[in-house]
Every structure is written in C-alpha cells, then in structure tokens.
Design a protein around this ligand. Structure first.
Ligand SMILES: Nc1ncnc2c1ncn2[C@@H]1O[C@H](COP(=O)(O)OP(=O)(O)O)[C@@H](O)[C@H]1O
Ligand SMILES: [Mg+2]
Length: 349
C-alpha cells in the first residue's frame, strides 16, 4: 500500500525553502513540534505518525499516514516516501521503531540514523542495557532480575521495556520489592536506588559512530518522562561519559544518556535512548551558531563531513517549557490563526 499523503496542498505551505535540497523523514513525531520545525528550517521534512491529529506533523512540509510499525508494509512505505521526497536521513522520534529501522538500514532499505540492530534491541530493554554497559566497562547501577538476591535496599522496581517514567516504584525492603514486581504487570528489573542528582547528556554521533558533541544538562523538573526544566552544564565528567557511551555503542545520530551521581558509587547510567531526548531545546540553545543537531544532521545527510567538537557549547543557559496548540478547521487542517499574534512576550509599553 502506498503511503497516503494527508492534505498535501496545506502541508506544502510556505515554511521556507530548504538551504540544501535534502529530505529528512521523521517518524512517530507525536507532540514534538520543536524537533520537526527545527528540521524544517534546514531541509524538506516529511513527518509520519499513526495518529492523524499528531500536532507535530503540521510543522513538516509533508505529513503522511503509513502502516503500523509491526506491519511488513511499514518499511516499504517509508522507502517509498524516501524516494518521493529525496530523503537522505530517517530519524525516529520514539523508541518504538528504532530496531525496525536499524534492520532496514542494514538491509540497505532506509538511510536511518540508528545504531546496529543488536544495540537498538539492547537499549530498548533496560536489563539488557545494564548487561551491555557492564560488558563495555561503562558504569551501570547494580541491577538484578526479580527473585535474584539484592544486596541493599532501597531499590527501584522498573519495567524492562518502560518509557516515559511509567510504572517505576521505590521499594524499601524485600516485601515491597516483591509486591511491586507482581503489581507491575510486565517484565521488571530491580535496580539500586540512585541517591544524588540526575542528569541527561544529549549526544550526536556521525554516520561512522564518532561522537560529534555531548551536552549535559540538569533535570530540574520532569513530567511523564519529559524534562521540562533544566540547565546546561559544562561538567567534564558527564561530557566524557556521554562520548564514551555513544562511541562504545556505535550510535549514529542523536542519543540521550541519563545518569545519576550517587553519593556512594558515583556516576551510574540509568537509561540510554538512541534518539532525541525529551528536552530537545537544551542542546538547541547550547549549540554554537551553525552547529545545532538538526543542522549537523542535514549537513551529514547532504554528504558533508562534520568534525567532532565535543565539549564546545554554551553552558549556563536554562529552559522552562510550556504547551502550545494549533487551531484546525472542519477538515482538520491548520487555520494559521493563533490565540495571540505573534506568540511571545508582550510588546514594550
Ligand atoms: N535507579 C534509579 N534510582 C533512582 N531513580 C531512578 C532510577 N531509575 C529511574 N529512576 C527515576 O525514574 C525516571 C525514569 O526512569 P528511566 O530509567 O529514565 O526510564 P524511562 O525514561 O525509560 O521511563 C528517571 O528519570 C528517574 O527520575
Ligand atoms: Mg528516561
């Protein structure tokens, strides 16, 4: 089945002519309007999402309906969009199709910015990720499967394939741990509760797995797994950790590494997502001019060589995020009208 284009006439609206004649395909765009519109400044953007009302698709030049990820027609549909729109980079915005895209990349079907399929699979399962990190001599908090001995409490009972901070419970003794393992109705693991500040490191790697940059930030406030307030920091230890992780894993494209600095055991990695993290604006603000991650990705997709510049960014800036929306008409097309014109701070009086 050929992917259906949703209302091309509206989506082909004037969002600026791309600097380079490069297409970028973003999958599972959901609410991530910031990412889609940042790419749309530099490339022709095709957005796909299973939800016909996914708001972020309206920031793209083209928005398309494709079969579900587990449908054998998913990759061929993306392939067709790549051919139609000159797409040179396919970038997943959720965890759900990273492994499918990784296999399609190996098969030469899609120019996806994802790691090898085994790495995609291992980082989707937090227990597998723990084993992988330990094998690579990267710090991961002590983690066991339910029923295995635990050497100290408190612990966190976490779903192995969780996301968005779903179903994560603190347990202060063996009885509580056993209860939560039964209560969370999916495979779990039992991890040392990290006592100390939590950080995220937003990294970008080139197509050969070299780290181009690693930008750490604090996690001042998160909601539903998404960081909504934070500060970019020039923490050498975290920059080095981010680079070591993405290079050891052979990441291609964006990757977010989450770590705690525990008072007792120091840094421990609790989550690795081989995609853009939940706080996309942080590395956007922090990047030096011309070196935002979307710009570097578009440059690489155009065949340009990008030199590593790990640690070169502006620290000290903070972000605080809020919701916005689009008005849609009866045909579910954006009207272009907003509740205030233009959005932003009030004009000086
Ligand atoms: N070992 C841990 N110790 C303390 N807090 C944790 C631990 N693991 C996870 N958390 C908390 O739960 C949140 C979500 O966990 P995470 O492992 O990032 O899973 P996901 O984001 O995939 O749901 C983290 O941001 C952190 O605040
Ligand atoms: Mg996380």
């Amino acid at each position: 089945m050929a992917p259906a284009e949703r209302d091309v006439s509206v989506s082909e609206r004037d969002v600026g002519v791309s600097e380079r004649d490069v297409g970028v395909l973003l999958t599972g765009v959901g609410k991530r309007y910031d990412i889609v519109s940042a790419f749309a400044q530099h490339a022709t953007v095709v957005a796909v999402d299973p939800n016909p009302l996914a708001p972020a698709q309206y920031a793209a030049h083209h928005r398309c309906a494709v079969p579900p990820i587990d449908d054998p027609a998913y990759v061929p549909a993306l392939r067709e969009l790549c051919d139609r729109h000159g797409v040179r980079a396919v970038i997943p915005l959720t965890d759900l199709d990273i492994e499918v895209l990784a296999r399609a990349r190996v098969a030469g079907e899609l120019p996806a910015l994802v790691p090898a399929p085994e790495i995609a699979r291992a980082t989707f399962d937090k227990y597998e990720a723990h084993l992988l990190l330990a094998r690579l001599d990267l710090p991961s908090p002590p983690t066991v499967l339910p029923g295995e001995p635990v050497d100290r409490y408190p612990v966190m009972v976490k779903p192995r394939q969780g996301s968005g901070a779903r179903s994560i419970h603190r347990a202060d003794d063996a009885r509580d741990a056993e209860f939560f393992v039964g209560y969370v109705q999916e495979p779990t693991m039992v991890q040392w509760l990290m006592d100390g500040p939590e950080f995220s490191i937003d990294c970008l790697s080139d197509l050969g797995g070299r780290c181009l940059n690693a930008i750490p930030r604090t996690m001042i406030e998160s909601r539903g797994g998404e960081s909504i307030k934070g500060t970019v920091i020039a923490d050498r230890e975290l920059i080095t950790l981010g680079r070591r992780v993405v290079e050891a894993l052979g990441v291609r494209g964006p990757c977010t590494v989450q770590a705690f600095r525990d008072r007792e055991i120091g840094l421990g990695i609790t989550d690795v997502n081989t995609r853009f993290g939940g706080a996309f604006p942080a590395p956007m603000y922090a990047a030096l001019p011309g070196r935002t991650y979307p710009e570097l990705i578009v440059a690489m997709a155009a065949g340009e060589q990008v030199e590593p510049h790990v640690g070169e960014f502006r620290a000290g800036i903070s972000f605080t995020r809020y919701f916005w929306q689009l008005e849609l008409d009866e045909a579910m097309s954006p009207t272009g009208r907003d509740i205030v014109e233009p959005p932003g701070p009030p004009p000086p009086r």
